[in-house]
Design a protein around this ligand. Sequence first.
Ligand code: SF4
Length: 400
Amino acid sequence: MTDSDLRPGLSGLTQEALEAWLVARGDPAYRARQVMTGVWAGARSAADVHVLPAGLRGALDEAFRFDTIASTELVVSDGSRTEKAVHRLSDGAVIESVLMHYPAKAGQRERNTVCISSQAGCAVGCPFCATGELGFGRDLSTAEILDQVREAAGRLAARGRRLTNIVFMGMGEPLLNLDRVLEAVDGLNDPDRFGLGARHITVSTSGVVPGIRRLTALGPQFTLAISLHAGRDALRDVLVPLNRRWPVREVIAAAREHAAKTRRRISYEVTLIAGINDTDADADAIVELLRGDLAHVNLIPMNPVAHTPWTASPMPVIERFAERLRGAGIQTTVRRNRGQEIGAACGQLAADRAGAPSPAAVSRRRELLVRQSVAALRGDRAPDDGLLAVPSAALPGADR
Ligand code: SF4
């Protein structure tokens, strides 16, 4: 894919960078704050920032984009509590964000959480995820990440509501685009830009160990979430193909170090798939890994994904799994999946827009999944025969 519009997005710029550009043109540095205020108030072009002189408006539009999202299609479900946004970028790449509304309840204020993408597509290839099936497109720029937030915050503001939480759990593996993700987090934290406290931000990873170690060295205050899905390597190799590169014990060890350094609890996500990873033995494998750790486990029934042979675990099975973890002293929450009827599975609408794969490709994928999961349930580590969309050796940071 080539970007048809090479102008950088303004939301991805720091105030200092914008000041330097202004000063180099002979404009006063204080204009940077006026531009940033306009950008974060939802301006789509310099014409929307009335306080700026006409000459500067023209120069800004020529040099930068006020919005890197070319168009957005909204699909609403759950009685308007879940809104999926399919964003088209200037090069035609399609990404998704999901805005979820949680009404106030006893002792808790309402929450509005947006789940955003960090890449177009994903190289990791988790088979229960529609994005994994799409394969990797490209990394998103800092502005393309932040503009998903601006767009969601703008929708909420029009209804008198505020965005309270941001999770990097949409399309892509955030730690494989870590520089841009960290710049985006800075932009979200920056009081001159979005100004959201780090504790309201969660960055998730499927287990990129060098990325986790880099985060640990930086000591950020946002929540780190690990997509665990299985405690046994043989099964995790199938569900999270990156496990072949960084096995689960290495991931947990890195996460444990992160928790010790930041004193922040790690959140572990487990998508439960009927008959695949929802047995007592699977719960016990997770207990063995996490017992005594500063950890919280979220159990999520799998969202149906078109081209897998799998379905979500039934709720009584999920509750039993949760009780087994809680019985071992591990804090556990059962999450409801949102927006099933609109394809809330990560990447599902983007995959639909990309067109259906051929019946032969679908049947090959199903056969592969059945073969690999049967081997995994026997405890065998099956050879890597194609679920990872790129060879693991080609992953950034694979040599560390
Ligand atoms: S679940 Fe996340 S890491 Fe796995 S394929 Fe989907 S987007 Fe990538």
